[in-house]
Design a protein around this ligand. Sequence first.
Ligand SMILES: [Fe+2]
Length: 149
Amino acid sequence: MTTKNSNKVSSQLNQVLADLQVVYQNLRTMHWLVQGPQFHQLHKLYEEMYNQTAETIDEVAERVLMLGQVPLHTYADYLKVAKVEVVTQVPKGLESLKTALENQQYLLNGYRELISLASENSDEGTVALASELIASTEKRIWMLGATLS
Ligand SMILES: [Fe+2]
């Protein structure tokens, strides 16, 4: 793995990190502001999801460090770099799941981009991490989709 290639991988890791931070806060916002008859179920679900997201954030940032780079670590940088939309208003009930689902689909694309860059660069550690993230995100997408259908 050359430094140049590792920069490409760590820059995609930083992209994913910034997006995850916004998704994390989106989930907290939905946990706090969701309303409706399914409140309890959704409030709990968003809490589980933001806790899982916090763990993922840590793994991704530490992978950047393992590649000898610096993970993004300020809110200003996260907002500058993230492409996922910041949730400002939470629609009622199950409708809010659509945003949660779209955010996961967006993250999945970022992980796919990451795995392809990492495998081009023979970075097996990042491939393994991305592969884990793809599998868990696909499962989450399936579950959110099933709830919505
Ligand atoms: Fe809470």
